[in-house]
Ligand binder design. Structure first.
Ligand code: NAD
Length: 417
């Protein structure tokens, strides 16, 4: 995964003509730490879990990125996701670098008491990093709401002072921002609106969404309200399909009652959703789901990536050949980190914003960022993903150049791109 992430860096660096030493600087994380987290389970036994935190690059500011609890978590995945956060924060011009963390654990198999133990152990293990000016964690898979509340409580207890800006994605009562819970889906929809003409998506265009979790639900609702037809939705157990457009409220009720979207409408296999005919395909569940073979079978005009890394780099060229435009994850799902930044600002100033202010500022930042990505793509006659990488790389190079000798331990400030 990390190898794949760096392939896209190399390609953008070659287009921009970035010096080899800057590329070398960006090929390696600033620091990646592993820790053993001993947890006492409810049956009295001890389990030692593996925890990770990667601070990829802090040249543009304190590092920012979520913590995920998932059995697949490992050092390679954490470094790749931290690299992507470095690129993403640069694309949307936040004063942050990138980071990511995680614990290799099946959170669904833990009791609330055990889960709290993992959350607190994670913070104790990485407490030296966690700080509003150094490394600012946030939620990711299976670390929403209450997990972030436990983590915030733990760092506050360890440091013996309030530290609201050291972790974002907090519940509102602990200093969380209005609009954070819907920010990723809202942001993805704002990108769609800005790019609809370019992507050839008119009124009533059909959308297939892989996943029906937090981000996908918000996105699908906004899209349907704006007149798009959400014709297919899947989750981990199955799919629902209606060429006339699904009733999303009824679908959400069905999922709440039965645990899945399966059996709501139509007959569509879970994985067949990706190759179903639609105008816009929105992978909003897992990474790596579209490889080069599958890319050849897609029947959509465009892809909007809400999941992190749903398209494998080997599929990029196939999609270009098939003239399928891709709105990349580092732009399309950046709404979450943008509102996390707003939360950090509000915590530091003590000035809490109304929901409308958050929404306006999110929209403004995504408009500006989307236009900047399009401008790079047009200037270099490339796709939006490459345009986003070029924009990020320009900003990272400028920061490395501005740091001069500090960017390299023994001096020599490079960074001319
Ligand atoms: P979530 O856990 O709320 O939802 C995930 C959804 O994916 C669930 O509906 C689940 O059933 C479904 N799913 C799992 N395996 C599947 C499969 N094989 N086929 C179809 N569906 C499957 O997660 P979320 O917060 O909505 O995040 C979704 C994606 O967006 C993730 O890749 C995440 O990294 C990315 N993302 C989320 C945020 C955020 O703020 N929520 C921000 C940036 C990126």
């Amino acid at each position: 995964m990390f190898h794949d992430a760096k392939a896209r860096l190399d390609s953008a660096a070659a287009t921009l003509g970035v010096t080899a030493e800057v590329v070398e600087r960006l090929r390696y994380p600033d620091e990646t730490l592993c820790a053993s987290l001993p947890i006492r389970l409810d049956d009295g036994s001890i389990r030692v879990l593996k925890g990770f935190r990667c601070r990829y690059n802090e040249v543009r500011g304190p590092t920012k990125g979520g913590i995920r609890f998932h059995p697949s978590v490992g050092i390679d995945e954490v470094m790749a996701l931290a690299f992507w956060m470095t690129i993403k924060t640069a694309v949307v011009d936040l004063p942050f670098g990138g980071a990511k963390g995680g614990v290799a654990v099946d959170a669904k198999g833990l009791s609330p008491r055990e889960l709290e133990g993992v959350a607190r152990a994670y913070v104790r293990a990485f407490a030296e990093m966690i700080d509003e000016d150094r490394d600012i964690p946030a939620p990711d898979m299976y670390t929403g709401g209450i997990v972030i509340a436990w983590m915030t409580d733990e760092i506050t207890a360890l440091e013996r002072r309030p530290m609201p800006a050291a972790i974002t994605g907090k519940p509102r009562q602990l200093g969380g921002s209005l609009g954070r819970d819907t920010a990723t889906g809202d942001g993805a929809f704002l990108c769609l609106e800005r790019l609809a003409d370019r992507l050839g998506l008119g009124q009533g265009a059909s959308i297939a969404v892989q996943g029906f979790g937090n981000a996908a639900r918000v996105f699908a609702r906004r899209a349907a309200e704006a007149g798009y037809r959400v014709t297919a939705v899947s989750d981990s157990s199955g799919a629902a399909h209606d060429p006339g457009g699904l009733d999303l409220d009824a679908l959400a009720s069905h999922k709440n009652e039965t645990g899945s979207v399966e059996g709501f409408a139509g007959a569509l296999d879970r994985d067949a959703l990706l190759t179903t005919e639609c105008d816009l395909l929105v992978p909003a569940a897992l990474g790596g789901v579209i490889d080069a073979d599958l890319a050849r079978k897609l029947r959509c005009k465009a892809i909007l990536e809400i999941a992190n890394g749903p398209v494998q780099p080997a599929a990029d060229a196939v999609l270009e050949e098939c003239r399928i435009d891709v709105v990349p994850d580092i732009l399309a799902n950046a709404g979450g980190v943008i509102v996390s930044y707003f939360e950090w600002v509000q915590n530091r100033t003590g000035d809490y914003w109304a929901a409308g202010t958050v929404a306006e500022r999110l929209a403004e930042r995504l408009r500006t960022s989307t236009d900047a990505v399009v401008e790079r793509a047009e200037r270099h006659a490339c796709g939006l993903r490459q345009g986003a990488y070029l924009l990020a790389l320009e900003r990272l190079c400028a920061a490395i150049a501005a740091k001069g000798t500090q960017a390299f331990y023994n001096g020599g400030g490079a960074g001319d791109a």
